[in-house]
Design a protein around this ligand. Sequence first.
Ligand SMILES: Nc1nc2c([nH]c(=O)n2[C@H]2C[C@H](O)[C@@H](COP(=O)(O)OP(=O)(O)OP(=O)(O)O)O2)c(=O)[nH]1
Length: 149
Amino acid sequence: MTSPALPLRVVAAVIVRDGAVLACRRAPHKDAAGRWEFPGGKVEPGEAPAEALRRELREELGVEVRVGRLLDRSVTGRVDLACYAATLLGDPPSASTDHDALEWRRTDALGGLDWADADRPVVAVLGALAANQLAAAAVPAPIEEEDAR
Ligand SMILES: Nc1nc2c([nH]c(=O)n2[C@H]2C[C@H](O)[C@@H](COP(=O)(O)OP(=O)(O)OP(=O)(O)O)O2)c(=O)[nH]1
C-alpha cells in the first residue's frame, strides 16, 4: 500500500525595500516555469526555517538577509509554504540562478502576476497589509529561529 507523499517543507522570503517587495519568476529550467513566487526553497533535515531561508537566498540571489516575521504558512497540494518578511543587509540582487525576472512591486500591485498556487494565500495577506505594517513585519522578531517550527 502506498502512503500519501509528505508535504514538502518550503520557506520563502518577502523581501521588503522602500515600500515594495521582490517578486521572482521561475526560470525555464525549473518546475512551474513562468510562475511568480517569493525566493526561497526546501528546508533541509535539521535546518531551522530562518537558517534555510538565509542559505537559499545566498545560493540563488547572492544576497544576505535579516529574517523578520512569519507572514503566512499554508499547505497547498504537496507544498507547505512558510513566508517570512525579510530585509536586505546589502545591495539588492541583480540576477538569480532560479529566476529569469526579478521585479520590485508594491503590495497592492501583486495581483496582476501569475503566482504559483501555493503563493496565493500570502499574496492575499500582503494585499491586506498597510505599508507601515509591512515595514514593521520586516523587522526581525527576537525569536525568529523559533517561528513556525
Ligand atoms: N522557493 C519557492 N518555492 C515555491 C514557492 N511556491 C511554491 O509552490 N514553491 C514550490 C516550488 C518547488 O516545488 C518547491 C521549492 O523548490 P525550489 O526549486 O525553490 O527549492 P530548492 O532550491 O530547494 O530546490 P532544488 O532546486 O534543489 O530542486 O516549492 C515560493 O514562493 N518560493
